[in-house]
Design a protein around this ligand. Sequence first.
Ligand SMILES: [Mn+2]
Length: 266
Amino acid sequence: VSNYIYGKEPLHKTVQRLSKFSYDGIEMQGKPEIYNLKKARKLFADHHLSVSSVGAIGLYRLDPSSAKEDARVRAIQYLKECVDFATHLEAPLVAVAATRSAKVEPERSAQAEWKFAVESIRAVGEYAEKAGVSLAVEPVNRYRTYLLNNVDQALKFIDEVGLNSVKIMLDCFHMNIEEPDPVDAVRKAGKQLIHMHVADSNRLSVGRGHLDFKAIVRALKEIGYDRYLTMEIHLRPDPFIPLSEEEADLYTEETIRLLRIYEKIC
Ligand SMILES: [Mn+2]
């Protein structure tokens, strides 16, 4: 679970919920400054919860693709802090976007911004490689970004970055909007796929939309995917309006229950 979906809920409450529903991992929002590392680590250890990833949600403000150098420097600095945060939490990867979220058209030329994004992510990737952390670049749907929307673009992007530490992730909700066939997108991603965000077609919990999760799970097995499926559901257009406690319990339980069944039968 990406923990930012629970808003400002204290971490111990989130961890208790995930533990109650037998989650294996937690994706920590990329806000290192708000957590006490020592307490967080103890909390995870006590509940046998691993940190699957750090989600660089600060990219709502910061833009690695900006034509302005100082803006890129700030974005790179932030992403390096997320890499450090991942190191401290023993998380294998940081989930990143190539550009600022909600940037639906380029400020300068799209080509130039693509190039800047490649350079920024490469700079962070080199830093991450030394730390033994990977970056998972996420394609995001057209209503949130113009730059990198689908698996083909994501594969091209990491190819241009050209580092072993920089791979891709997919998000079922975005795939449902952008990919001709989400199952095929998983197959295309193949060995480059190191992380997944899971929500149904309407971004509710698994089973509440029309995505064929059985086929997606089968495709993940086909490509030998053995990493996390991270629940990232939003009930409302604004992702930062948190779930109520009842909603949080309901959707958190539902998603893992169905995924465990599909994992078994597919
Ligand atoms: Mn996502």
